[in-house]
Design a protein around this ligand. Structure first.
Ligand code: HEC
Ligand code: HEC
Ligand code: HEC
Ligand code: HEC
Ligand code: HEC
Ligand code: HEC
Ligand code: HEC
Ligand code: HEC
Ligand code: HEC
Ligand code: HEC
Ligand code: HEC
Length: 381
């Protein structure tokens, strides 16, 4: 290599290093966000000497901060470190790469350095409530608030409804409201605000376990003087539970937040033992085939038939008798197909006296004498 080339190379390398260094310096300078009085070189607004060289402060923290910022004294609940004047635990007084002069990159990192159990939750638990994953300060004020736990609204409901507007409408406008929404801890009766590891942050293993915490009692309803049955006891006495209850999902049929339908059902269901049939009138068809009722003749859609003559059609569509007269969709015992042992029709209470046989069955309610059906033998009356 010639000497001139070598010096050129050295010179160019020097320029290159200089250039990249300035770029890097600019880049990192750009990243720092400065506290206004620090940026304006008003060192003396906080330090005893004009140039701030000693680093000695004019006032103790937090009094110093409160010379320019409002204090939090008029809040009922002040966050531990704020009350203790620990502004510097979260903020840098001069500058920071992070917004709001924070000492950590994200809010959740900041909060979980002290609240380690919540850090553990974020790292290990499934189904975290999305606003919790996003940022703790969606709900908690980092400094102070008038609500317990420095929450932005009352913990039991007001806070939730700030974001869940559709629930706000449902709980205030539904015709059939749920007692659980307004009693005790309201929304927190059933949900955890952060996470439980279960879908919907439910506080019990299944919706059913939740429901039975309260529905293993009777409830006297003040508005109409009626009594709500003890469902826990009913299910214990009727151990052949209907499919969705076997899965633990009472919310397959009931809306826990209330609805316009009978008993807060997600879809309509007839109140009485007789009602003119309409396929929209039965929540049952969410899962069962309506042709079971609608087809006058079938060998396919139901076993409740005399050969091809559909007895579901005759009872439910022709005679407007609802499922309730024959089935118990919570649970049954002794009889197959969730048939009721005891039924009622108006004020009359009676037994179905159902008997099953391999190709049909018979029953003897008060509506008629014992009648038999057989899917294969046409001679049976
Ligand atoms: C908003 C108030 C405020 C302003 C403005 C401010 N400082 Fe500080 N400074 C502080 C606080 C608070 C500390 C930390 C004191 C402690 O932790 O004990 C500090 C610490 C220092 C220290 C001690 C070493 C260190 O970094 O911890 C020096 C030196 C210093 N500041 C210089 C300056 C200079 C120079 C300026 C002006 C360019 C300035 N400060 C502007 C609040 C301020
Ligand atoms: C001399 C007045 C003064 C003092 C003392 C002071 N600040 Fe500030 N602070 C300001 C000003 C001015 C702003 C900018 C406000 C704005 O932009 O609206 C600010 C903004 C902030 C911000 C928001 C920064 C951002 O990027 O939005 C934080 C956080 C903050 N200050 C914390 C503190 C803390 C903690 C102390 C005490 C150590 C303190 N300040 C003391 C004047 C002061
Ligand atoms: C537990 C951590 C923590 C402590 C302690 C803390 N802050 Fe903050 N502070 C925050 C967070 C987080 C934000 C950002 C809030 C946001 O983005 O809405 C913030 C924002 C601020 C702001 C900007 C407000 C705004 O609305 O932009 C000021 C000013 C401030 N803090 C002052 C203080 C003072 C003064 C103290 C001590 C009395 C203090 N902080 C103590 C976490 C803290
Ligand atoms: C520097 C440590 C520290 C940081 C950072 C911190 N906290 Fe705290 N937090 C505390 C202390 C200490 C208490 C008071 C505990 C007590 O009273 O039992 C507290 C109390 C709380 C409480 C009330 C708990 C109760 O049982 O009364 C909530 C809610 C809370 N912090 C949320 C947050 C959030 C949200 C953040 C992030 C913005 C945060 N904390 C950041 C130390 C911290
Ligand atoms: C969706 C709103 C919401 C968000 C986001 C949220 N919280 Fe909470 N937090 C609450 C509610 C509501 C309570 C009261 C719980 C109760 O009373 O059972 C609470 C209570 C707390 C408590 C005191 C009781 C306990 O569980 O220990 C701490 C500490 C806390 N939260 C920390 C955090 C931290 C840290 C984050 C971020 C990782 C966070 N929260 C995010 C709503 C929220
Ligand atoms: C800051 C806004 C915010 C607040 C406050 C809030 N949530 Fe949420 N929540 C959301 C968002 C966003 C989602 C995800 C979208 C959705 O499912 O609506 C969500 C989802 C949910 C879910 C469904 C989670 C899943 O597994 O699908 C439940 C249950 C819930 N929130 C309950 C609550 C309760 C109870 C409260 C009050 C303690 C509350 N939320 C407060 C924003 C919020
Ligand atoms: C009686 C228990 C119970 C109460 C009280 C309750 N929920 Fe729920 N919530 C549930 C169940 C169970 C689910 C799952 C529903 C489903 O699968 O249809 C759920 C689901 C949700 C969802 C997810 C979206 C959806 O509808 O499936 C949100 C959001 C929610 N609840 C918010 C709230 C809020 C806000 C409150 C207070 C106003 C509240 N819940 C009160 C039991 C309850
Ligand atoms: C925190 C207690 C509590 C929990 C948990 C609870 N309920 Fe209730 N529920 C009540 C109370 C109280 C009433 C009676 C309120 C009234 O009408 O006076 C009620 C009423 C009902 C009714 C009758 C509503 C009407 O319109 O007549 C049904 C159906 C019901 N709950 C189903 C459920 C289901 C399904 C679950 C589980 C997802 C559940 N409940 C969980 C307390 C609870
Ligand atoms: C397959 C749909 C379905 C499922 C699943 C279901 N229910 Fe029901 N439930 C109904 C229907 C339909 C009614 C109203 C008709 C009636 O009064 O018989 C009702 C009525 C009720 C009533 C009012 C009873 C009364 O006193 O008249 C309660 C309480 C109730 N259900 C609780 C529950 C609970 C708790 C679960 C879960 C263990 C559950 N339901 C699961 C369909 C269902
Ligand atoms: C008059 C009494 C009666 C009424 C009303 C009634 N069922 Fe049935 N249902 C039966 C009998 C009896 C069986 C058993 C048939 C067999 O397997 O022998 C049955 C069987 C069923 C089965 C099992 C599958 C099948 O069809 O064989 C389902 C599902 C069913 N019914 C749903 C309903 C629904 C939904 C309603 C209301 C829309 C209803 N039932 C109304 C008596 C009735
Ligand atoms: C969320 C889905 C779902 C809904 C809604 C539903 N069922 Fe079922 N049903 C099932 C499942 C799954 C089975 C099978 C497991 C079993 O036998 O319980 C079943 C079985 C039955 C059986 C017994 C079938 C047999 O051959 O033994 C009857 C009767 C029945 N349902 C009636 C009803 C009635 C009446 C309604 C409306 C009040 C209804 N179901 C609503 C899911 C549902």
């Amino acid at each position: 290599m010639k000497k001139s080339h070598f010096t050129n190379f050295i010179f160019l390398s020097f320029l290159f290093i200089l250039f990249t260094n300035t770029l890097y310096a600019k880049e990192s300078a750009k990243k720092m966000i400065k506290h206004k009085p620090y940026a304006n070189k008003e060192c003396a607004s906080c330090h005893v000497d004009k140039k701030g060289e000693s680093g000695e402060l004019k006032e103790d923290i937090p009094t110093l901060c409160y010379t320019c910022h409002d204090n939090y004294d008029n809040n009922n609940f002040i966050h531990g470190p704020v009350g203790a004047g620990g502004c510097m635990l979260c903020h840098d007084p001069h500058e920071s790469e992070n917004p709001k002069l924070l000492v950590y990159k994200t809010i959740n990192e900041l909060c979980t350095t002290c609240h380690t159990e919540k850090g553990e939750m974020l790292a290990t638990v499934d189904n975290i409530h999305p606003p919790v994953k996003d940022s703790c300060i969606n709900c908690h004020d980092p400094h102070a608030e008038n609500n317990k736990f420095q929450l932005r609204g009352d913990r039991t409901q007001e806070l939730c409804l700030m974001c869940h507007i559709e629930k706000k409408e449902r709980i205030s406008n539904s015709k059939n409201k749920h007692g659980a929404i307004e009693m005790g801890d309201k929304c927190l009766n059933c949900h955890d605000p952060h996470a439980t590891g279960r879908p919907r942050m439910l506080k019990a293993e299944t919706p059913k376990d939740l429901c039975l915490q309260c529905h293993s009692n009777e409830w006297n309803r003040e508005e109409d003087g009626t009594t709500l049955m003890n469902m826990g006891e009913h299910l214990e006495n009727n151990p052949d539970h209907h499919g969705p209850i076997l899965w633990g999902d009472c919310a397959a049929c009931h809306n826990p937040h209330g609805s316009d339908n009978l008993r807060m059902l997600k879809q309509p269901f007839p109140e009485k033992a007789t009602q003119k049939f309409s396929p929209d009138g039965y929540i049952c068809f969410k899962c069962h085939e309506p042709k079971k009722i609608e087809e006058k003749y079938t060998t396919e859609f139901t076993n409740f038939r005399k050969e091809e003559k559909n007895l579901h059609f005759i009872h439910v569509k022709d005679k407007s008798i609802t499922c309730k007269a024959c089935h118990d969709y919570h649970g049954s015992r002794n009889l197959p197909h969730h048939l009721r042992e005891k039924s009622s029709f108006g004020s009359a209470k009676f037994s179905l006296h159902f008997l099953e046989k391999p190709t049909g069955g018979s029953c003897n309610p008060i509506c008629h004498q014992r009648r038999e059906y057989d899917r294969e033998n046409p001679k049976v009356k």
